[in-house]
Design a protein around this ligand. Structure first.
Ligand code: HEC
Ligand code: HEC
Ligand code: HEC
Ligand code: HEC
Ligand code: HEC
Ligand code: HEC
Length: 447
């Protein structure tokens, strides 16, 4: 009797196991085949172009002198203002491009890159984003002309070794390496997804197997005659979910947990209204304080010229950047953005990080020049930040706490002489803090 019952069960189990094995197998293949898939899946036009192109490719690789000469002229006429073989100009360095991308991808890309980005081709979108969404123009070139350009690039990169040594350029190499790293990352993410799916499937199979085993054992037990009443009761027992659901204790616990969760999130939300601590917007130019104020030790006030003199610390204009960048890194795509802003007579659109509400009055010179407070006390380790973020909470409590605790910087400041005398005679040893001088009066900070 058991064997009859077992058969459908074991079939079910076998089917599940096979599905599991099949799923595991295809996903493993997916990982290996991913580049091919995107190659074909990309642009509908690509496959049609692929046949003549791949046919032409070996000829190109073989170093057809006429094709290379034609490609040289085409490259200089169409591409050289944005591309070099070994350096990042506006677009990426093109050395090794035939190894990086198949010809069936390159032809539609060079003819109309924005179409491929719009079509959502994975690699196209990635490189487009990596180069700050600058659009490469489309070109009315024939397939043969494009392959001759590629032949020229392949020929040039052959002699490229010497060139790269002449202009060692860590930044540019990093940009190229970045693509590889990004690729690796994307593959890594995919791998994790597959791993998760496999784990879930394994779990399901395990649970099903356990249920099956339990049922088989019950069947075996039912076949036995020597069971007493309690054993039979346990054997026939079923979990009564409806009773669990109706249990007042369980309902109570669930209710309390729910109310606590709602309370917690709303209190957290209310406390965070208007609080911008940690705010770190992406800036239009990848300007790094770590590089300028940290490694190159440029004084804060070289750029933020008014910080010791006036209420607000200014953001430097592009002219200040040009003091150095008319010479330094002139080929970098980020620096080219400064030139473009100057050509167009438009200021660089930096995104403001710190912003007190209008009802509060804060004055930089009062704190930096008179108070002698370091920038880092309020702004944190700016000299280590690649991208600036708001280090302090900038709440009223934050201002007032510091005013209560910080002694006034009275040394060498004649203005305070009499005040210090008065304070000392009235309060003895108590320190003369900002608040002793009225620094916590509402009107000092509120208009
Ligand atoms: C106005 C500037 C500009 C011109 C001209 C230009 N490109 Fe580009 N190119 C780019 C930019 C920017 C990218 C990066 C992708 C993006 O932002 O769309 C790029 C990307 C590429 C890529 C992909 C590189 C990689 O590493 O994957 C290839 C290949 C390429 N261009 C070839 C050409 C060829 C060939 C020409 C000439 C026929 C050309 N480009 C002309 C700006 C330009
Ligand atoms: C080479 C010029 C330069 C130097 C030197 C420099 N900065 Fe800046 N700083 C900028 C520019 C440009 C911005 C706007 C872009 C940004 O936020 O990264 C800025 C932004 C800031 C901001 C954020 C402003 C906002 O939007 O709220 C703070 C704070 C700041 N700098 C502090 C400092 C401090 C402190 C130092 C010295 C340790 C320093 N900076 C040195 C150029 C400079
Ligand atoms: C006092 C000189 C000086 C000033 C002023 C200056 N920089 Fe720089 N900048 C440098 C130096 C030095 C480097 C590092 C160059 C290197 O890595 O070889 C650099 C690098 C950069 C880079 C990285 C370029 C790359 O591709 O690696 C950017 C972006 C940049 N600066 C933007 C700015 C902006 C924007 C301003 C104006 C707010 C500015 N710089 C003002 C000296 C300056
Ligand atoms: C006592 C705290 C404190 C100190 C010290 C301080 N800052 Fe600020 N900083 C602020 C606050 C608060 C704001 C926001 C001001 C606003 O929104 O009106 C700010 C804003 C800025 C801004 C954005 C432009 C502006 O004025 O709103 C820059 C740039 C800046 N600080 C640079 C500096 C530099 C450079 C130093 C050192 C020389 C410095 N800060 C010292 C508190 C401080
Ligand atoms: C790191 C400590 C610190 C923080 C944070 C700070 N202050 Fe101050 N503040 C001082 C000191 C020190 C002085 C006194 C300067 C002096 O006169 O010697 C001062 C003075 C002032 C004064 C002038 C007071 C007077 O008696 O005339 C005002 C107004 C003021 N701060 C506003 C603010 C506001 C608004 C904030 C918050 C956005 C703030 N401060 C945050 C340290 C701080
Ligand atoms: C040392 C400076 C300072 C003093 C003194 C000060 N405030 Fe403020 N206050 C601030 C700052 C900065 C803000 C804005 C911070 C924020 O939005 O979190 C603020 C915000 C406020 C707000 C608006 C709160 C909101 O969330 O919109 C009120 C109301 C206020 N203060 C009342 C007072 C009163 C009343 C006093 C006197 C007992 C006082 N403040 C003294 C700096 C100060």
């Amino acid at each position: 009797m058991n064997s009859i019952r077992l058969r459908p069960l074991s079939r079910l189990f076998l089917a599940l196991f096979l599905t599991f094995a099949a799923v595991g197998n295809t996903s493993a293949q997916d990982v290996g085949a991913a580049p091919d898939v995107s190659k074909e899946g990309v642009a509908p036009g690509a496959t049609a172009a692929a046949t003549p192109a791949t046919a032409a490719a070996p000829a190109a690789g073989g170093g057809d002198a006429a094709a290379i000469a034609a490609g040289d002229a085409l490259f200089k006429g169409n591409c050289a203002q944005c591309h070099a073989i070994n350096d990042v100009v506006v677009g990426p360095a093109l050395a090794g491009i035939s190894k990086r991308r198949p010809v069936s991808w390159l032809i539609p890309w060079i003819k109309n890159s924005s179409k491929m980005v719009a079509a959502g081709d994975e690699y196209a979108v990635k490189i487009f984003n990596q180069y700050q969404k600058q659009q490469m123009p489309s070109f009315q070139l024939s397939d043969a002309e494009v392959t001759s350009i590629l032949a020229y690039i392949t020929a040039e990169e052959g002699k490229g070794g010497a060139d790269t040594k002449l202009t060692p350029n860590s930044g540019d190499n990093a940009a190229v390496d970045g693509t590889a790293a990004a690729n690796g990352e994307a593959d890594g993410g995919k791998y994790m997804d597959i791993l998760l799916i496999v784990l879930v499937v394994v779990l399901i199979v395990l649970v099903v197997t356990l249920v099956i085993i339990a049922n088989i054992m019950k069947d075996v037990l039912r076949g036995r005659k020597d069971l007493d009443g309690r054993d039979v009761e346990i054997l026939e027992q079923r979990t009564d979910w409806s009773r669990l659901y109706k249990s007042p204790v369980l309902r109570g616990i669930a209710g309390v947990v729910f109310v606590l969760a709602v309370l917690y999130t709303s209190v957290q939300g209310a406390m965070g209204v208007g609080l911008q601590q940690g705010y770190q917007p992406t800036q239009p130019i990848a300007f790094s304080h770590k590089l300028h104020a940290g490694e190159n030790q440029i004084n804060c006030a070289y750029c933020h010229t008014s910080v010791y003199k006036s209420k607000s610390a200014n953001i430097p204009s592009a002219n200040i950047c040009m003091n150095c960048h008319s010479q330094v890194k002139t080929e970098s795509p980020e620096i080219k953005k400064i030139y473009r802003a100057i050509e167009r007579k438009q200021p660089i659109q930096w995104v403001r990080v710190h912003n007190l509400p209008d009802l509060a009055y804060f004055n930089h010179s009062q704190h930096t020049q008179v108070g002698g407070i370091e920038c880092q006390t309020c702004h944190g380790p700016i000299q280590n930040m690649e991208v600036v973020y708001q280090y302090s909470p900038l709440t009223m409590g934050w201002c007032i706490n510091c005013h209560r605790e910080t002694p006034l910087n009275t040394k060498g400041n004649g203005y305070y002489n009499n005040l210090v005398k008065l304070h000392d005679s009235a309060n003895g040893a108590a320190p003369f803090t900002v608040s002793s001088n009225g620094g916590t009066e509402c009107s000092k900070c509120h208009y």
